[in-house]
Design a protein around this ligand. Structure first.
Ligand code: CCH
Length: 284
């Protein structure tokens, strides 16, 4: 009736479980994409939404979902992420009360868990911002560079050496696309399952420069797998390598540290009101 404001819908944990389950269902329904799953590109969307954070100015981060707008959607690092945003759009239409920024990070959690990863506790509280909150280009890592660049970029987000190496294990998932980054190929033989294979391959394989017309990248003897210059920096640098060795030997240690650091990544710069984090159940 006129004059009476509509009662505000206050979602509960169960409402978020419905969204997790819907994303999980769509991951199974749309299995013709890439290596058979949208999971990896959803993880990359959540990471690129979050990894723009700057601890000093407290700008960027997953709060805002400013990648919906140009120029941020057109930043070179974000090439191809439209596929992930479009995949989630029908979910947003079904549950219009969730912010894009909560949806993108919750979908990242869902993708990681459904691909065999550890439990990633999550809480809501992100609000979408407008175009004026777009971050400047250049905040995400450049794959052609080395350890100094990694420490500068991830240090700006607030991460130390161990956290950089733990986060990088996400490259067990997905692949590079010549029409996105210009690089080519997957890092592991099981790009839709989260394992510690990325570390095992980094230390166990012999990596050579690939001879091709594309950007400089490494290949293994089978020529089926790849590493970026930034991936190889993790074994060239002694401090980084300590952690690569540890995670190569111990998948449980990797999963434990990975879960902790992804929680931190997805929460960068978010002014939460809710302290409690929820653990979502894997949908079989
Ligand atoms: Fe990454 N990543 N990433 N990455 N990334 C690419 C793909 C994925 C770098 C560069 C690239 C993280 C760290 C880094 C994923 C998750 C994470 C690609 C190929 C490049 C290039 C893009 C394409 O062509 O489609 C660099 C440099 C760093 C620096 O350390 C971190 C951290 C995470 C998550 C925690 C995932 C997943 C993919 C696969 C995407 C897909 O579409 O398959």
């Amino acid at each position: 009736a006129a004059g009476i404001p509509a009662k505000e819908f206050v979602p509960t944990q169960e409402d978020y479980v419905k969204i997790y389950n819907e994303v999980a269902k769509r991951l199974v329904d749309f299995d013709e994409y890439d290596d058979g799953s949208y999971g990896p590109v959803l993880v990359r969307l959540a990471w690129h939404a979050s990894g723009t954070y700057d601890v000093e100015t407290k700008t960027g981060g997953s709060n805002g979902a400013t990648m919906r707008f140009q120029p941020e959607s057109d930043h070179g690092a974000n090439a191809g992420l439209k596929a992930a945003r479009d995949f989630l759009e029908p979910v947003k239409q079904m549950f219009p009360w969730i912010s894009y920024s909560d949806l993108w990070t919750l979908a990242g959690v869902c993708a990681l868990q459904q691909m065999g990863g550890p439990t990633i506790p999550w809480r809501p509280g992100r609000a979408d911002a407008d175009i004026s909150a777009c971050t400047p280009d250049g905040r995400l890592p450049d794959a052609t560079k080395e350890q100094k660049h990694l420490r500068a970029i991830f240090g700006r987000m607030g991460f130390n050496d161990q956290e950089i190496v733990a986060l990088s294990g996400a490259h067990a998932l997905g692949r590079c696309h010549t029409d996105r980054s210009g690089f080519d190929g997957p890092w592991t033989f099981s790009p839709t399952m989260l394992t510690n294979d990325y570390y095992k391959l980094l230390v166990g394989e012999k990596w050579n420069w690939r001879k091709w017309n594309g950007p400089a990248q490494y290949e293994d003897k089978t020529k089926a797998l790849m590493m970026l210059p930034t991936d190889m920096a993790l074994v060239k640098d002694k401090e980084f390598k300590k952690w690569v060795d540890k995670y190569a030997k111990d998948q449980d240690a990797f999963f434990k540290d990975f879960s902790g650091v992804v929680v931190k990544l997805f929460e960068l710069g978010v002014p939460f009101k809710q302290e409690e984090r929820w653990s979502f159940k894997v949908v079989e």
